[in-house]
Design a protein around this ligand. Sequence first.
Ligand code: NAP
Length: 301
Amino acid sequence: MERPVLAPNILITGVSGFLGSNLASFLQDHFTVWGSYFQRSIEMKHCQLFPLDITEAKAVEKTLSDIKPQMVIHCAALANPEKCEQDPAEAYRINREGTKNLLSCLPLQVRFIYISTDLVSDGQKGCYTETDLPNPLNVYAKTKLEAEKLTMDWGGNYAIIRTSLMYGPSNRINASFLQWISNNLKMNKIAPLFTDQYRTMLFVLDAAEILLRMSKKKDRGLFHLGGSERINRYEFGKKFCQLFHHNQNLLQPVFMKDVICKAKRSADCSLCSQKVMKLTHYRPGDIESGLQKTMKISPYL
Ligand SMILES: NC(=O)c1ccc[n+]([C@@H]2O[C@H](COP(=O)([O-])OP(=O)(O)OC[C@H]3O[C@@H](n4cnc5c(N)ncnc54)[C@H](OP(=O)(O)O)[C@@H]3O)[C@@H](O)[C@H]2O)c1
């Protein structure tokens, strides 16, 4: 598709990450895409890339005043729950203060989409709707919830999108848990996968389609965004092996309690996504269709 000549400016923070990189490629036909990375520079056609540390308030202010985006999709984060648990101060600095820095110099009419997580729930109930009360169990989820509150208090044209665990294509090794499974299997290594944690796993380009539609809307508030299937990582791994012809015997079913992790995990943080589907008229597909689309783009996973 040809990008319109006067395509609006969109800023994607965290463009070098798994979601940010997929999003930037997807949105380039619709917007003039500006993408900020932190420590890992990337190459991408049709995207203006630049380094930015979101914890540096002055740099953030200058960037926003130079670009004057009409929309911001804020993906940048310390998104690894184990790393957040090991260094809570750093997690708060990036996830909460970084978000605050962006919001403090953003005009209220700019569309601001904050990417949050299904892990803000304690996982006792499952099928969470936007009216269920959050109860984060680990530092990562606590910092993400605090950034949600800052976004609401900002009072501008915001949408908070809590997404489930995402999978899909990526050029980077270990960019997502799917790449991690694939690497293990290719090296003939065991891949231990939880059987007792449930998520509504989401194909990353379904997320991108919904984010595109949400970026053009003015509806404010909190929205849950998961895929159409509630599944655990082990069952997901089996579907991946079947389609990509990997050795399924290397998948090891494990309980969360058997894996030593610092960060507590929520057991069933599956999301009900009716609200965002109704608003955007888009329904994310099931795992099989998401994996098939992944295969078309990254057949060697
Ligand atoms: N992936 C999922 O399944 C999932 C599920 C639910 C929610 N989310 C949320 O979705 C968002 C994107 O996740 P992801 O998986 O794409 O994460 P990711 O692959 O770990 O990428 C994180 C991004 O944040 C950037 N970043 C880190 N510290 C920064 C700083 N101080 N200043 C500026 N940028 C910084 C990184 O830059 P460099 O790499 O260049 O250092 C990278 O581009 C996050 O907010 C995460 O909480 C993700």
